[in-house]
Design a protein around this ligand. Structure first.
Ligand code: HEM
Length: 128
């Protein structure tokens, strides 16, 4: 029986380092998203997202050791996330996933999760 986790299948920690670093390069240059991040240094936010994704996909449980239960929707309530913010978030994530050049089934599995998760984080209506 194959016990390999998705985390291992995509290349382990190195892959998540690359994914999240590339994603935050996009966020840093994005006038819609950058103002949402309260800290001047995006490094700590980058680390939290990396550790969460590593844990979610079967890697080390460091995220919850440091932060407790993820409760991601609750943790995002302080930030106004409408469809515009969601779509910017996903655009940077798509570019970051593309850079990984994963085999198609792994790329699709990762991407479907990220799309679903980003939609579930929306907490504000679109402006009329
Ligand atoms: C934290 C924005 C979607 C995972 C944050 C923070 C902001 C933010 C501003 C605070 C930065 C920090 O201190 O860490 C957004 C926006 C999204 C989005 C605009 C658009 C939909 C997501 C999704 C995930 C995610 C889909 C997971 C797949 C996280 C994690 C944290 C975080 C793990 C740190 C939580 C903690 O431990 O405090 N996000 N986010 N975010 N976000 Fe998002």
């Amino acid at each position: 029986e194959d016990q390999q986790t998705f985390y291992d299948a995509v290349g382990g920690e190195d892959t998540f380092v690359r994914l999240v670093r590339r994603f935050y390069e996009g966020v840093a240059a994005d006038p819609v998203l950058r103002p949402l991040y309260p800290e001047e240094d995006l490094g700590p936010a980058e680390e939290r997202l990396r550790l969460f994704l590593m844990q979610y996909w079967g890697g080390p449980r460091t995220y919850s050791e440091q932060r407790g239960h993820p409760r991601l929707r609750m943790r995002h309530f302080p930030f106004r996330i409408g469809s515009r913010e969601r779509d910017h978030w996903l655009a940077h994530m798509r570019a970051a996933v593309d850079d990984l050049s994963l085999p198609e089934p792994l790329d699709r599995q990762l991407w479907e999760y990220l799309v679903y998760a980003a939609h579930s984080m929306v907490n504000a209506p679109d402006d009329l």
